[in-house]
Design a protein around this ligand. Structure first.
Ligand code: ZN
Length: 334
Protein backbone atom coordinates (compact mmCIF):
# COMPACT_ATOMS: atom_id res chain seq x y z
CA UNK A 1 0.00 0.00 0.00
CA UNK A 2 1.50 3.35 -0.95
CA UNK A 3 1.45 6.28 1.39
CA UNK A 4 -1.16 8.11 -0.68
CA UNK A 5 -3.61 5.29 -0.18
CA UNK A 6 -3.53 5.80 3.54
CA UNK A 7 -6.13 8.33 4.63
CA UNK A 8 -5.20 10.38 7.67
CA UNK A 9 -7.98 11.60 9.93
CA UNK A 10 -7.59 14.42 12.42
CA UNK A 11 -8.67 13.53 15.96
CA UNK A 12 -8.36 14.35 19.63
CA UNK A 13 -6.52 11.90 21.85
CA UNK A 14 -6.97 11.62 25.63
CA UNK A 15 -4.77 9.36 27.72
CA UNK A 16 -7.62 8.55 30.13
CA UNK A 17 -5.59 9.76 33.12
CA UNK A 18 -5.59 13.51 32.62
CA UNK A 19 -8.04 15.76 30.80
CA UNK A 20 -5.26 16.99 28.52
CA UNK A 21 -6.10 17.05 24.83
CA UNK A 22 -3.57 15.78 22.26
CA UNK A 23 -4.02 16.55 18.58
CA UNK A 24 -3.26 13.52 16.46
CA UNK A 25 -3.97 11.98 13.09
CA UNK A 26 -5.17 8.44 12.62
CA UNK A 27 -4.26 6.14 9.78
CA UNK A 28 -5.01 2.45 9.36
CA UNK A 29 -2.79 0.08 7.43
CA UNK A 30 -2.64 -3.73 7.43
CA UNK A 31 -4.98 -4.04 10.38
CA UNK A 32 -2.95 -1.66 12.56
CA UNK A 33 -4.03 1.83 13.67
CA UNK A 34 -1.28 4.46 13.69
CA UNK A 35 -1.54 7.68 15.65
CA UNK A 36 0.82 10.53 14.83
CA UNK A 37 1.13 14.10 16.08
CA UNK A 38 1.26 15.02 19.78
CA UNK A 39 1.23 11.31 20.53
CA UNK A 40 2.74 8.44 18.55
CA UNK A 41 0.98 5.16 19.10
CA UNK A 42 0.21 1.93 17.27
CA UNK A 43 -2.38 -0.66 18.12
CA UNK A 44 -3.89 -3.62 16.27
CA UNK A 45 -7.43 -2.79 15.16
CA UNK A 46 -8.66 -5.91 16.91
CA UNK A 47 -7.59 -4.46 20.28
CA UNK A 48 -9.66 -1.27 19.83
CA UNK A 49 -13.23 -0.69 20.80
CA UNK A 50 -15.19 1.55 18.45
CA UNK A 51 -18.15 3.41 19.96
CA UNK A 52 -21.56 2.84 18.55
CA UNK A 53 -22.71 5.22 15.89
CA UNK A 54 -24.83 8.04 17.23
CA UNK A 55 -26.16 10.72 14.94
CA UNK A 56 -24.77 13.76 16.70
CA UNK A 57 -21.76 12.55 18.59
CA UNK A 58 -18.13 12.27 17.55
CA UNK A 59 -17.01 8.66 17.05
CA UNK A 60 -14.88 7.38 19.87
CA UNK A 61 -12.18 4.75 19.65
CA UNK A 62 -11.02 3.29 22.96
CA UNK A 63 -7.63 1.64 23.51
CA UNK A 64 -7.22 -1.36 25.81
CA UNK A 65 -5.55 0.82 28.47
CA UNK A 66 -8.52 3.21 28.64
CA UNK A 67 -7.07 5.96 26.44
CA UNK A 68 -9.38 7.16 23.70
CA UNK A 69 -9.57 9.03 20.46
CA UNK A 70 -12.41 11.28 19.29
CA UNK A 71 -13.02 11.81 15.59
CA UNK A 72 -15.39 14.46 14.24
CA UNK A 73 -15.38 13.44 10.58
CA UNK A 74 -17.65 10.48 11.00
CA UNK A 75 -18.18 9.86 7.30
CA UNK A 76 -14.45 9.64 6.62
CA UNK A 77 -14.01 7.42 9.66
CA UNK A 78 -16.70 5.08 8.44
CA UNK A 79 -15.00 4.84 5.04
CA UNK A 80 -11.76 4.05 6.83
CA UNK A 81 -13.47 1.36 8.90
CA UNK A 82 -15.17 -0.12 5.85
CA UNK A 83 -11.87 -0.17 3.94
CA UNK A 84 -10.22 -1.97 6.83
CA UNK A 85 -12.98 -4.57 7.02
CA UNK A 86 -14.52 -3.39 10.29
CA UNK A 87 -18.21 -4.15 10.70
CA UNK A 88 -20.52 -2.49 13.16
CA UNK A 89 -22.34 -4.84 15.49
CA UNK A 90 -25.98 -5.72 14.88
CA UNK A 91 -27.16 -3.33 17.55
CA UNK A 92 -25.41 -0.44 15.87
CA UNK A 93 -26.91 -1.22 12.49
CA UNK A 94 -30.31 -1.55 14.11
CA UNK A 95 -29.92 1.87 15.67
CA UNK A 96 -28.99 3.34 12.34
CA UNK A 97 -31.91 2.03 10.36
CA UNK A 98 -35.25 3.79 10.35
CA UNK A 99 -37.01 0.60 11.29
CA UNK A 100 -34.68 0.35 14.24
CA UNK A 101 -35.38 3.94 15.19
CA UNK A 102 -39.12 3.34 15.06
CA UNK A 103 -38.78 0.16 17.06
CA UNK A 104 -36.65 1.93 19.64
CA UNK A 105 -39.19 4.73 19.76
CA UNK A 106 -42.05 2.29 20.25
CA UNK A 107 -40.16 0.51 23.00
CA UNK A 108 -39.32 3.87 24.55
CA UNK A 109 -42.95 4.91 24.57
CA UNK A 110 -43.91 1.57 26.07
CA UNK A 111 -41.22 1.83 28.70
CA UNK A 112 -42.16 5.40 29.58
CA UNK A 113 -45.89 4.66 29.62
CA UNK A 114 -45.25 1.51 31.59
CA UNK A 115 -43.18 3.50 34.03
CA UNK A 116 -45.92 6.08 34.47
CA UNK A 117 -48.76 3.61 34.71
CA UNK A 118 -47.29 0.70 36.62
CA UNK A 119 -44.63 2.15 38.84
CA UNK A 120 -45.41 4.45 41.73
CA UNK A 121 -47.04 7.74 40.71
CA UNK A 122 -43.78 9.68 40.62
CA UNK A 123 -42.35 7.60 37.81
CA UNK A 124 -38.97 9.22 37.47
CA UNK A 125 -38.50 8.97 41.21
CA UNK A 126 -39.20 5.26 41.10
CA UNK A 127 -36.86 4.69 38.21
CA UNK A 128 -34.16 6.79 39.88
CA UNK A 129 -34.62 4.92 43.14
CA UNK A 130 -34.56 1.57 41.34
CA UNK A 131 -31.23 2.32 39.69
CA UNK A 132 -28.33 0.56 41.36
CA UNK A 133 -25.87 3.05 42.78
CA UNK A 134 -23.15 1.62 40.54
CA UNK A 135 -25.15 2.52 37.46
CA UNK A 136 -25.59 6.08 38.71
CA UNK A 137 -21.87 6.30 39.24
CA UNK A 138 -21.33 5.17 35.67
CA UNK A 139 -23.71 7.94 34.66
CA UNK A 140 -21.73 10.50 36.64
CA UNK A 141 -18.34 9.27 35.42
CA UNK A 142 -16.76 11.56 32.87
CA UNK A 143 -19.19 14.38 33.59
CA UNK A 144 -16.69 16.13 35.79
CA UNK A 145 -14.10 15.79 33.03
CA UNK A 146 -16.44 17.50 30.62
CA UNK A 147 -17.22 20.26 33.12
CA UNK A 148 -13.49 20.64 33.76
CA UNK A 149 -12.85 21.06 30.07
CA UNK A 150 -15.63 23.62 29.64
CA UNK A 151 -16.23 25.71 32.73
CA UNK A 152 -14.15 24.60 35.69
CA UNK A 153 -10.49 25.17 36.57
CA UNK A 154 -8.35 23.89 39.45
CA UNK A 155 -9.16 25.42 42.82
CA UNK A 156 -6.87 28.14 44.15
CA UNK A 157 -7.84 27.47 47.75
CA UNK A 158 -4.84 26.25 49.75
CA UNK A 159 -4.88 22.51 50.40
CA UNK A 160 -5.11 23.09 54.14
CA UNK A 161 -8.22 25.22 53.64
CA UNK A 162 -9.80 22.53 51.45
CA UNK A 163 -9.03 19.89 54.07
CA UNK A 164 -10.55 22.11 56.76
CA UNK A 165 -13.84 22.51 54.85
CA UNK A 166 -13.89 18.81 53.95
CA UNK A 167 -13.36 17.89 57.60
CA UNK A 168 -16.14 20.23 58.75
CA UNK A 169 -18.57 18.73 56.28
CA UNK A 170 -17.59 15.14 57.17
CA UNK A 171 -18.31 15.95 60.82
CA UNK A 172 -21.65 17.48 59.83
CA UNK A 173 -22.72 14.40 57.83
CA UNK A 174 -21.43 11.82 60.31
CA UNK A 175 -24.52 11.73 62.59
CA UNK A 176 -26.90 11.32 59.63
CA UNK A 177 -28.19 7.79 59.15
CA UNK A 178 -28.51 6.77 55.50
CA UNK A 179 -26.66 9.75 54.08
CA UNK A 180 -25.51 9.16 50.50
CA UNK A 181 -21.83 8.73 49.68
CA UNK A 182 -20.13 11.98 48.71
CA UNK A 183 -16.78 13.41 47.74
CA UNK A 184 -16.10 17.12 47.96
CA UNK A 185 -14.42 18.46 44.82
CA UNK A 186 -12.89 21.96 44.87
CA UNK A 187 -12.75 24.00 41.69
CA UNK A 188 -12.67 27.57 40.53
CA UNK A 189 -15.11 28.41 37.80
CA UNK A 190 -16.09 30.67 34.97
CA UNK A 191 -19.68 30.39 36.17
CA UNK A 192 -19.18 32.20 39.44
CA UNK A 193 -20.19 31.05 42.89
CA UNK A 194 -21.64 27.59 42.47
CA UNK A 195 -22.14 24.23 44.06
CA UNK A 196 -23.60 21.20 42.35
CA UNK A 197 -24.01 17.55 43.14
CA UNK A 198 -23.37 14.98 40.39
CA UNK A 199 -24.95 11.50 40.37
CA UNK A 200 -21.48 10.04 41.02
CA UNK A 201 -21.62 11.62 44.50
CA UNK A 202 -19.16 14.37 43.59
CA UNK A 203 -20.20 17.67 45.13
CA UNK A 204 -18.45 20.43 43.22
CA UNK A 205 -17.80 23.56 45.31
CA UNK A 206 -16.32 26.65 43.68
CA UNK A 207 -13.78 28.99 45.30
CA UNK A 208 -16.05 31.85 44.31
CA UNK A 209 -18.85 30.55 46.54
CA UNK A 210 -16.50 30.09 49.52
CA UNK A 211 -15.17 33.63 49.00
CA UNK A 212 -18.60 35.17 48.57
CA UNK A 213 -20.12 33.62 51.68
CA UNK A 214 -17.19 34.36 54.06
CA UNK A 215 -18.89 32.03 56.55
CA UNK A 216 -18.00 28.36 56.82
CA UNK A 217 -21.32 27.46 58.41
CA UNK A 218 -23.14 29.01 55.45
CA UNK A 219 -20.91 26.92 53.16
CA UNK A 220 -21.89 23.87 55.22
CA UNK A 221 -25.55 24.82 54.70
CA UNK A 222 -25.11 24.96 50.92
CA UNK A 223 -23.22 21.64 50.90
CA UNK A 224 -25.93 20.05 53.04
CA UNK A 225 -28.51 21.36 50.55
CA UNK A 226 -26.56 19.70 47.71
CA UNK A 227 -26.31 16.47 49.71
CA UNK A 228 -30.10 16.68 50.02
CA UNK A 229 -30.32 16.71 46.21
CA UNK A 230 -28.07 13.62 46.14
CA UNK A 231 -30.09 11.92 48.84
CA UNK A 232 -33.31 12.36 46.89
CA UNK A 233 -31.50 11.65 43.60
CA UNK A 234 -32.88 14.85 42.11
CA UNK A 235 -30.33 15.15 39.34
CA UNK A 236 -30.82 11.56 38.20
CA UNK A 237 -34.59 12.07 38.28
CA UNK A 238 -34.32 15.34 36.37
CA UNK A 239 -32.09 13.68 33.83
CA UNK A 240 -34.48 10.78 33.36
CA UNK A 241 -37.36 13.23 32.91
CA UNK A 242 -35.53 15.54 30.53
CA UNK A 243 -34.09 12.88 28.27
CA UNK A 244 -36.41 9.91 28.39
CA UNK A 245 -35.35 8.77 24.92
CA UNK A 246 -31.67 8.89 25.79
CA UNK A 247 -32.47 7.04 29.00
CA UNK A 248 -34.33 4.34 27.11
CA UNK A 249 -31.48 4.02 24.61
CA UNK A 250 -29.18 3.54 27.54
CA UNK A 251 -31.37 0.94 29.21
CA UNK A 252 -32.19 -0.97 26.04
CA UNK A 253 -28.95 -0.77 24.10
CA UNK A 254 -26.53 -0.19 26.93
CA UNK A 255 -25.29 2.89 25.09
CA UNK A 256 -24.54 5.46 27.73
CA UNK A 257 -23.05 8.01 25.32
CA UNK A 258 -26.26 9.92 24.66
CA UNK A 259 -26.95 10.19 28.38
CA UNK A 260 -23.42 11.38 28.98
CA UNK A 261 -23.80 13.92 26.21
CA UNK A 262 -26.94 15.31 27.85
CA UNK A 263 -25.75 15.32 31.42
CA UNK A 264 -23.33 18.27 31.59
CA UNK A 265 -25.94 20.50 29.96
CA UNK A 266 -28.62 19.34 32.35
CA UNK A 267 -26.27 19.66 35.32
CA UNK A 268 -25.33 23.23 34.46
CA UNK A 269 -28.76 24.37 33.38
CA UNK A 270 -30.42 22.75 36.33
CA UNK A 271 -33.85 24.00 37.13
CA UNK A 272 -35.08 21.82 39.93
CA UNK A 273 -38.73 22.00 40.77
CA UNK A 274 -39.77 24.07 43.76
CA UNK A 275 -40.60 20.84 45.54
CA UNK A 276 -37.10 19.50 44.94
CA UNK A 277 -35.60 22.74 46.23
CA UNK A 278 -37.80 22.63 49.33
CA UNK A 279 -36.84 19.00 49.97
CA UNK A 280 -33.16 19.85 49.72
CA UNK A 281 -33.63 22.91 51.99
CA UNK A 282 -35.44 20.77 54.55
CA UNK A 283 -32.68 18.17 54.42
CA UNK A 284 -30.07 20.88 54.96
CA UNK A 285 -31.98 22.54 57.81
CA UNK A 286 -32.41 19.19 59.59
CA UNK A 287 -28.70 18.45 59.21
CA UNK A 288 -27.71 21.88 60.50
CA UNK A 289 -30.02 21.51 63.50
CA UNK A 290 -28.59 18.07 64.36
CA UNK A 291 -25.25 19.80 64.57
CA UNK A 292 -26.48 22.81 66.58
CA UNK A 293 -25.91 25.20 63.69
CA UNK A 294 -28.59 27.85 63.21
CA UNK A 295 -30.43 27.48 59.86
CA UNK A 296 -29.99 31.25 59.61
CA UNK A 297 -26.56 30.52 58.11
CA UNK A 298 -28.24 28.86 55.13
CA UNK A 299 -30.76 31.71 54.89
CA UNK A 300 -27.83 34.16 54.86
CA UNK A 301 -26.18 32.18 52.07
CA UNK A 302 -29.21 32.81 49.88
CA UNK A 303 -29.36 36.46 50.96
CA UNK A 304 -25.73 36.93 49.89
CA UNK A 305 -26.24 35.05 46.62
CA UNK A 306 -29.31 37.19 45.94
CA UNK A 307 -27.41 40.45 46.49
CA UNK A 308 -24.82 39.51 43.90
CA UNK A 309 -27.44 38.59 41.37
CA UNK A 310 -26.28 41.13 38.75
CA UNK A 311 -22.89 39.53 38.59
CA UNK A 312 -21.66 36.05 37.79
CA UNK A 313 -23.68 34.60 40.66
CA UNK A 314 -26.66 34.21 38.39
CA UNK A 315 -25.86 30.63 37.39
CA UNK A 316 -26.39 29.26 40.88
CA UNK A 317 -29.28 31.65 41.40
CA UNK A 318 -31.04 30.52 38.25
CA UNK A 319 -31.21 27.04 39.71
CA UNK A 320 -31.65 28.24 43.28
CA UNK A 321 -33.84 31.36 43.32
CA UNK A 322 -33.20 33.28 46.52
CA UNK A 323 -36.78 34.34 46.92
CA UNK A 324 -38.08 36.01 50.05
CA UNK A 325 -40.44 33.07 50.38
CA UNK A 326 -37.60 30.58 50.39
CA UNK A 327 -35.58 32.53 52.93
CA UNK A 328 -38.65 32.89 55.15
CA UNK A 329 -39.29 29.16 54.86
CA UNK A 330 -35.77 28.29 55.98
CA UNK A 331 -36.05 30.72 58.91
CA UNK A 332 -39.41 29.27 59.94
CA UNK A 333 -38.28 25.63 59.73
CA UNK A 334 -38.49 23.76 62.99
ZN1 ZN B 1 -30.94 23.05 45.04
Amino acid sequence: MSDQDIARLAGRYFDGKTSRLHRVTLAVADGVAHLAGDVERRAPLASLRVSERARHAARKVTFDDGAWLELDDRAAFERLLAASGHRDSGVVRLQQSWRGVLLALAVTVAVVLGAYVYLLPAAATSVANALPVGVERQLGQGVLEVLDARVLAPSKLPRARQAQLRGQFAALVAPEAGAPGWQLVFRSSRIGPNALALPSGDIVLTDELVNLLQDDQAVMGVLAHELGHLHRRHLTRRLLESSAVAAATWVIFGDVSSMLAALPTVALDMKYSRDAESEADDYAVAMLRHNDIAPEHLAQAFVKLGKGSDGPTSSYLSSHPATAERIARIRAAR
